[in-house]
Design a protein around this ligand. Structure first.
Ligand code: IPM
Ligand code: MG
Length: 287
């Protein structure tokens, strides 16, 4: 389990000394190449989203983001007074393994994958597209669609229901998963899993939110739902995960919220109070 890292305090540090760099190294060293970012609408929060209820009702998307390659890790990279530069490169192995993850996940869901790239401009994306297509030959029961990333960003806010699994490279996944996150009303609700051959790491999608730090108002649900993902994927305890997800949903149904997702008729709770509500529900539910 990992909490969010980063903050304005470190903004002016060299890249290597920023906390985000620690996160990058963890992802790379542990080989966590498959990043899963589910975005499912809690029915009781439909009115909190900035999009119209009829647009988001029933949305259930899984973003499969490649997490240990692409422009985040490519070399050469650097900065001097006159230039800043990064490298976007993908190898066959990197794309093949993430493609397999996405197709396997699609089989457990609605069997549809959208491969998001920018193959009209970038060779690395043309390569990505070709490899995904060749892996797809082994998964012909899964439906595969192609979409340019700019169009995907637009489609996500105009007709998000069309998506089941979205597979995309590291940086596009970073950006698109903030959009899918916001469809649900708050980034504070979303868990994530980063999975490799040997290790897995679970963390909320949201960042450190320095503007509300120390006030006991942050939404604990993303972290609690990340524990549920851990129980399901690493511990192979799907029932335990279901209990937790059910507790979250029930507490939301009863109108308990942290402030950023609260409507006037809701009960606003602090981080610790909402956490306690969920734990108490769980205790009752299990006994
Ligand atoms: C995320 C975050 C990180 C990323 C930051 C904190 C380095 O935005 O996990 O989406 O860009 O991957
Ligand atoms: Mg991000």
């Amino acid at each position: 389990m990992l909490g969010a890292v980063g903050g304005p305090k470190w903004d002016n540090q060299e890249q290597e000394k920023k906390p985000e760099n620690g996160l990058m190294q963890l992802r790379e060293t542990l080989g966590l190449y498959t990043n899963l970012r589910p975005a499912k609408i809690y029915p009781s929060l439909i009115d909190v989203s900035s999009l119209k209820p009829e647009v988001i009702k029933g949305v259930d998307i899984m973003v499969v983001r490649e997490l240990t390659g692409g422009i985040y890790f490519g070399t050469p990279r650097g900065i001097n007074e006159n230039e800043g530069w990064n490298t976007l490169r993908y190898t066959r192995n990197e794309v093949e393994r993430i493609a397999k993850s996405a197709f396997e996940i699609a089989r457990l869901r609605d069997n549809r994958v959208t491969s998001v790239h920018k193959s009209n401009v970038l060779e690395s994306s043309q390569f990505w597209k070709n490899i995904i297509k060749s892996v797809h030959l082994d998964y012909s029961d899964v439906q595969l669609n192609e979409m340019y990333v700019d169009n995907a960003a637009m489609q996500l806010v105009s007709n998000p229901k069309q998506f089941d699994v979205i597979i995309t490279q590291n940086m596009f996944g970073d950006i698109l998963s903030d959009i899918t996150g916001m469809l649900t009303g708050s980034l504070g609700m979303l868990p994530s899993a980063s999975i490799g051959e040997k290790y897995a790491l679970y963390e909320p999608v949201h960042g450190t939110a320095p503007e509300i730090s120390g006030q006991n108002i942050a939404n604990p649900i993303a972290m609690i739902a990340s524990v549920a993902m851990m129980l399901e994927i690493t511990c192979k305890l799907p029932l335990a995960a279901k209990f937790i997800n059910n507790a979250i949903e029930e507490i939301l149904n009863e109108g308990y919220r942290t402030t950023e997702v609260a409507l006037p008729s809701d009960f606003i709770l602090s981080t610790t109070e909402l956490t306690e509500k969920i734990i108490n529900f769980l205790n009752k539910d299990i006994i």
